[in-house]
Design a binder for this molecule. Structure first.
Ligand code: GTP
Ligand code: MG
Length: 614
């Protein structure tokens, strides 16, 4: 018989769900009700979404730790992102927890990422508490949501024990929970109680110090920090530990500080032991997935396994005529160093050199995953160009295979025709259709990742912004055949200069423009989209010729429709294979890969003679 000890004073809990089901809002309420803040302290909402991009987008991008006290128990909480593109963040932090709260929106029910995170939670062996959240919503149907959650459990559970999960109903926004959807307590006490009763206390395994690095952080004061849960032994400032790397080497380093989370702060402690989630400083160059151990017993823990990327694009040095004007960092060396540095913290990402020294292939878990990297880099002062995102195809046993996703969409019945038609063209295969009694329809599809690139914008237009969609990768399937993309042609600037209202008005007769008067353009830059296929060159810098005869009806000033500005994600969606997006701290400029007519025809001739398509 092995004797195990439990840390009865600790619970380690991850919060997992589909995007927007209320994870970070629930953490707000847990923090507030555990008296983490002074009574009069105004901490706002979505406290854990602390980085700028998270606040702007209203979504969680990075998994984060916090900790609260309830009675004698410390509850360590790991908030995770719900967007499928950041699934790698969920995978890498689950090993710190013994249990999780699976949040499900009472109106939406389980969505694709609910399936993904539940499967991962089962794989890691977490004890699960189901939280049916947002029971206050007008169209909430907690019963139906729970019954779909049960179906999902039956489908995904690996053994019968996993089917037993307590259920809590909640309104995270009001900080209320209960065991009956119609009778919530005025606070989250029922949830606290369920966490303490059902999430197992951490097991203290016998032996010397051992911890898997699940996360890294940095601050100017302490330098790099390694974050993880101690699985064996204890650690104190000044201790020597061995770092066991992916390459199998063991390095000896000295721990400087040992910190524990307390609310939003980290506090230095004299020692921490098995079960604690700690932050260690003094360990330069420790990678996520490395094991830290007692140098006398260097046993590595299994490295963190992360699903493969499915989408890629090139990042290259800016080759536009405006190169070097707007960015602080624009050289090949700077771009390369920045991209490779990202790999230390961004586990779902891959970076490769290409045959061209100034271009790199960057692969991620989806368009948003890559878009967040692009936005982060431009805010840091980088300037570069990126190509159209494409699904990563593979040859497996001689057969061409492509990534496929399971897609769930919720639409109003009146938009059903348009949405199914669009998905059909993108090689989507419908596997289920469910009508609810209120005029809503839920569709389940299998669809190549290729078909989903650029679909989100189209979907929002087709459903007038009312549709809801979510998808997750489900592996590789045989190539589904070519399908034609139907983007209309680009309006491109025929010469360099400053745009004028008169020139833009001319362009607007041909289509929609993306820029305002007074902007700098170069030849081959995309200034709009026309009404049918095929690119057209337009002179957006053209001036109105002055004439002596003025009729009273002639326009004195031209009337322009305001530019339709594309966001970063819309720009990525827009790109065709022969186009690039120039990214600088100030501007996003769409452009043709080959800027002048001469370059374009030379490229076309070259492609024809070599038989390639680019
Ligand atoms: N009606 C209602 N709205 C809620 C409730 N809980 C959260 N919300 C709202 O749902 C939205 C999303 O909440 P978040 O807490 O950011 O969701 P999340 O799960 O953390 O989202 P990601 O981290 O991006 O996956 C916010 O607008 C919240 O105010 C609730 O109980 N009832
Ligand atoms: Mg969140």
């Amino acid at each position: 018989m092995t004797l195990t000890n439990l840390r009865h004073d600790i619970r380690n809990v991850a919060i997992i769900a589909h995007v927007d089901h209320g994870k970070t809002t629930l953490v707000d309420a847990l923090l507030k009700q555990s008296h983490t803040f002074r009574d009069n302290q105004d901490v706002g909402t979505l406290i854990m979404d602390s980085n700028d991009l998270e606040r702007e987008k209203g979504i969680t991008i990075l998994a984060k730790n916090t900790s609260i006290r309830h009675g004698d128990v410390t509850i360590n909480i790991i908030d995770t992102p719900g967007h499928a593109d950041f699934g790698g963040e969920v995978e890498r932090v689950l090993n710190m927890a013994d249990g999780c709260l699976l949040l499900v929106d009472a109106a939406e029910g389980p969505m694709p990422q609910t399936r993904f995170v539940l499967r991962k939670a089962f794989e890691v062996g977490l004890r699960i508490i189901v939280v049916i959240n947002k029971v206050d919503r007008k169209n909430a149907d907690p019963k139906a949501a729970l019954s779909k959650v049960h179906d999902l459990f039956l489908e995904l559970a690996e053994d019968a024990d996993q089917l037993e999960a307590p259920v809590i109903y909640a309104v995270a926004k009001e900080g209320r929970a209960g065991t009956d959807a119609d009778d919530l307590a005025s606070d989250l006490e029922p949830l606290f109680k369920t966490i303490i009763e059902h999430i197992p206390a951490p097991v203290i395994e016998p032996g010397g110090f051992q911890m898997l690095v699940a996360n890294r952080a940095y601050d100017d004061y302490t330098g790099p920090m390694a974050i993880g849960r101690i699985s064996r032994g204890s650690v104190a400032p000044g201790d020597a530990v061995a770092v066991l790397t992916a390459g199998g080497e063991a390095r000896r380093v000295k721990v400087v500080q040992v910190l524990l989370y307390r609310g939003l702060d980290r506090v230095a402690v004299p020692t921490a032991s098995a079960g604690d989630i700690v932050v260690l400083t003094g360990l330069d160059e420790v990678a996520i997935g490395d094991t830290l151990t007692d140098p006398e017993s260097p046993d590595p823990l299994p490295r963190i396994e992360i699903d493969e990327p499915t989408v890629r694009m090139t990042f290259g040095v800016n080759t536009s005529p405006f190169t070097g004007r707007e960015g602080k960092f624009s050289t090949t060396r700077q771009l390369r160093a920045r991209l490779y540095k990202e790999l230390d913290v961004n586990l779902g990402l891959h970076v490769e050199d290409t045959a061209a020294a100034e271009r790199f292939l960057v692969s991620g878990r989806g368009e948003l995953h890559l878009a967040v990297l692009i936005e982060t880099m431009r805010r840091e002062g980088y300037e570069f160009e990126v190509s159209r995102p494409e699904a990563i195809v593979k040859r497996i046993n001689g057969q061409l295979m492509e990534p496929v996703e399971r897609l769930t969409v919720d639409v109003r019945e009146e938009h059903l025709g348009a949405v199914t038609e669009s998905l059909g063209k993108r090689r989507g295969e419908m596997i289920e259709i469910i009508y609810d009694r209120k005029g809503g329809v839920r569709l389940e599809y299998m669809i190549p990742t290729r078909g989903l690139i650029g679909f989100r914008n189209n979907f929002l237009t087709l459903t007038a912004g009312t549709g809801l969609m979510g998808s997750i990768g489900i592996g590789y399937r045989p190539w589904a055949g070519d399908f034609r993309e139907q983007r209309n042609g680009a309006l491109t600037a025929s010469s360099a200069g400053t745009t004028l209202a008169f020139g833009l008005a001319g362009a607007q007769e041909r289509g929609t423009t993306f820029i305002e008067p007074g902007e700098q353009v170069y030849e081959g830059m995309i200034v709009g989209i026309q009404k049918r296929p095929g690119d057209i060159r337009v002179n957006v810098c053209r001036e109105k010729k002055q004439s002596n005869i003025r009729s009273s009806t002639s326009d004195i000033s031209v009337r322009l429709t305001p530019a339709s500005r594309l966001s970063l994600e819309q720009s990525l969606d827009f790109l065709a294979d022969d186009e690039l997006l120039e990214v600088t701290p100030q501007h996003l400029r769409l452009r043709k890969r080959h800027l002048t007519e001469v370059d374009q025809s030379r490229a076309r001739r070259l492609a024809e003679s070599t038989g390639s398509r680019r």
